[in-house]
Ligand binder design. Structure first.
Ligand SMILES: NC(=O)C1=CN([C@@H]2O[C@H](COP(=O)(O)OP(=O)(O)OC[C@H]3O[C@@H](n4cnc5c(N)ncnc54)[C@H](O)[C@@H]3O)[C@@H](O)[C@H]2O)C=CC1
Ligand SMILES: NCC(=O)COP(=O)(O)O
Length: 331
């Protein structure tokens, strides 16, 4: 039986609905179900001039294998009408509810994976909840001690020691404990989920020139190098820390299965430069499978037909592959 994959609708005023409608015109070997408001998808399809069948499923038993051109929807209703490109805090509870339903559904075994189009973190925070990202939301929902954000393009995989933190808080967050737990989770998932028998991880320093022997910062000498040496004794293959400005070249990337960057904007701009629109964001360390797109809500493009569905298709394909492999492992 094909895996059942839930897709959230993302920020309703952004390109989430557009790229879902566009991607679902293709075939996928899975039961795909969108958790969202059917009327939002009908309206957006009309606006985009796309002819798709919107099938509203009142329960899980009605979800069948995906057929190209069909959108199966488990209904959750919006708080307010949507105007493309205009954020409305009245719809923030809807967005959070789609995340809760799909995450909990994965934990309960109703779905084999969740794929998330982009949400707008700022408008979700305006409800009074602190929402820094799906990564942290699903970590809390699943009660997971450590999660790792990893993005993968054709050219490279990049994982992060810290996720959505203000820059000023990063040095304090790079502790031996965080480096240990992130690196172990990354090593384990590269083996179990990505088929790397002996994962090789290329680690960035935190400071310019990886601290220049302590003259440009001491985190490498005091924290990063000793912790990497400890992890090496556990049999984890680590290269570095290397200066982040010169690490991203083929000579090093060819030797590695994944780069481990210390923070969001150290690793992700390089990956996005090399593969924006075709990369996938995967949360490691969760008991559920969660993939996502490599881009944001692109409010400027909602409803215009100019948004690329490339990354969403890669996210759906990755979720299907990971869920299919997980089902095989259970048998
Ligand atoms: N997975 C998620 O939920 C993510 C959400 N975001 C959120 O998105 C919001 C907007 O973030 P920005 O930094 O403006 O990034 P953005 O990715 O929304 O837009 C950056 C630029 O890329 C273009 N772009 C983005 N996606 C595209 C696509 N599929 N096809 C063609 N062009 C595309 C946009 O038009 C814009 O010019 C923020 O609130 C941010 O937190 C950002 C990244 C990931
Ligand atoms: N730049 C990627 C990103 O911020 C995605 O965050 P998340 O919502 O997947 O946690």
């Amino acid at each position: 039986m094909n895996p059942r994959i839930a897709i959230t609708s993302g920020e309703p005023a952004g390109i989430g609905p557009d790229i879902i409608l566009s991607a679902l015109q293709d075939n996928f070997a899975a039961q795909l179900v969108v958790v969202g408001d059917p009327e939002l998808f009908r309206q957006r399809a009309r606006q985009l001039g796309l002819e798709l069948e919107i099938k509203v499923c009142s329960d899980l038993a009605q979800i069948t294998d995906h057929q190209a051109g069909q959108v199966q929807i488990l209904p959750t209703l919006l708080g307010s009408n949507v105007e493309c490109g205009k954020l409305d805090v009245a719809n923030a509870p809807y967005v959070l509810e789609t995340l809760r339903i799909t995450g909990q559904g994965c934990l309960d075994g109703d779905f084999d994976a969740v794929v998330t189009p982009p949400v707008h973190k700022g408008v979700l925070c305006e409800t009074g909840v602190h929402f820094s990202g799906h990564t942290e939301f699903f970590q809390d929902l699943c009660n997971s001690p450590q999660v790792v954000m990893m993005l993968a393009s054709q050219a490279m995989r990049v994982a992060l020691v810290t996720t959505h933190l203000p820059l000023k808080d990063i040095p304090a967050a790079i502790t031996p404990d965080t480096i240990r737990t992130v690196t172990r989770a990354l090593h384990r998932d590269l083996k179990t989920r990505f088929g790397c028998d002996q994962p090789r991880i290329l680690v960035c320093g935190l400071n310019p020139h990886a601290g220049e022997d302590g003259h440009l910062g001491r985190e490498e000498i005091e924290t990063i190098i000793p912790t990497l040496n400890e992890l090496r004794k556990e049999g984890i293959n680590l290269i570095g820390p290397l200066p982040a400005d010169t690490l991203f070249q083929n000579k090093y990337l060819e030797q590695a299965d994944c780069v481990l960057a210390m923070y969001h904007d150290q690793g992700l701009p390089v990956l996005k430069y090399s593969g924006f629109g075709n990369a996938v964001n995967i949360t490691l360390g969760l008991p559920i499978i969660r993939t996502s797109v490599d881009h944001g809500t692109a409010l400027d493009l909602a409803g215009t037909g100019q948004a690329s569905d490339g990354s969403l298709k890669v996210a759906i394909e990755n979720a299907i592959t990971m869920a299919t492999n997980a089902k095989k492992d259970i048998k």
